[in-house]
Design a protein around this ligand. Sequence first.
Ligand code: CLF
Ligand code: SF4
Length: 529
Amino acid sequence: MSNAAFVSIGDLRKGRPVLSPTIETPATGGGCGSSGGAGKSSCGSSGGPDDMPAEIWDKVKNHPCYSEEAHHHFARMHVAVAPACNIQCNYCNRKYDCSNESRPGVVSQKLTPDQAVKKVLAVASEIPQMTVLGIAGPGDALANPKKTFETMRQLTEKAPDIKLCLSTNGLALPEMVDEICKHNIDHVTITINMVDPEIGAKIYPWIFWNHRRVTGVEAARILHEQQMKGLEMLTARGVLTKINSVLIPGINDAHLIDVNREVKKRGAFLHNIMPLISEPEHGTHFGLTGQRGPSAQELKAVQDACAGGANLMRHCRQCRADAVGLLGEDRSEEFTLDKIEQMEIVYDIDKRRAYQQKVEAEREAQHQAKVDALADAWDESLAGGDIKVLVAVATEGGGKVNQHFGHATEFQIFEVSAKEALFVGHRRVDLYCQGGYGEDEQLPSIVNAINDCHAVLVSKIGACPRDELKAAGIEPVDAYAHEFIEKAALSWFADYRQRLARGEIVHQARGDARIRQGAYTGGEQAAAA
Ligand code: CLF
Ligand code: SF4
């Protein structure tokens, strides 16, 4: 568990629960719900049952995208039933997954609603902690309403315990809100990249509207109006909304602060600011014109600048439109149509519920253990000081520093100060240890991905990467193996400050870090490579 938002020592001392951020409820359409830590906006996806009405908590608690904590325990899956789209984004190439919700990479198999339902039941019987079914492309869920809603209709009947979720560009949203509610789709993501049509015209060359193609600022204006109207309608009906925004440096970076403000006004539950993925080989307009994506620090700067606005999601993995499994892993290869044909599908709702209750109990126990460990770790003498640093953490779950450096396919990033260790994102990297041997040519790219960090916390690390990290100014730390992440990060930071005070080291600002581009391969696949 990495219930990381605002694990504030101050809170612990006052006996407050670690799950401190308040989440804004969607019905009011206003008001900042975020609080925590030093008054900063939190990763709003990390709220707990005390932070929101029971009916909202019920929707959020096992949705891996809407709850940062849940994503370590509960899985989602996507079915690729929606190939068509009604707009063109400059970061999209139709033969790739929708960039709204997925890394560019072809969808392996497009599905009919019947095939999709069969696949969902197969996954649900194999992965009982799969709690959410999302339709996220490869085009736009609402530009394919028949297939989308037929899939949802059948699932409501056949798998009533699965939460339904969809993602859309918003153009067709207002006309579809009734249908969305009819099918009990409780979670809707709208990709909103602008609230100013002049900026929109740089992102969207055209939309298809009232049977004709509309271009330029006019197209962006219509899209913007539809998005705002759709968001307001969903809020009014109590559907939880998440806004995805693609950060495009030089086009909408500073503007995303306005987007955050406007969607918050209209009741958005979460705002997920994602980096543009743009490589020439994707064949997108931006890829071909050399529009770059943001660096890790550019992304973090925009997210931090939105502090106090709509709550931020920081654990998105930009997954594929046919992803299956926990966020950050992709088990879709296990559930191809041929393989499903061979499976015995037993959808046992009671068994699923019992399993999920066990997962929930485990999550609570981990949460409490972490609270206790942190409270024990508190040392009054370490309070104060205004230095903040980033640390990278290798973890394979349980909220602990428990992964070998060489086995990491991503690092969690925590911002650490004297009083808190705050989860601020993750960085995907190429696997260092392959077939039992370290691949030294991978090291520069791994260093680049965490180059803004002062330390990397791991359970173990070999001599070669240790030296390379040190040479790059990143301290490799294996002294806190198997401890809870926040406790480990705070303990390391206390030691760091003591060394500073003794004059053994000099505090230096770190550099920037590169966000790894390219199709997401997921932990298991990468590990198997
Ligand atoms: Fe899928 Fe999206 Fe629903 Fe989640 S994903 S439709 S809200 S079930 Fe999640 Fe994946 Fe990020 Fe999307 S990590 S890309 S935010
Ligand atoms: Fe591509 Fe999605 Fe944009 Fe449609 S909405 S053009 S599928 S990124």
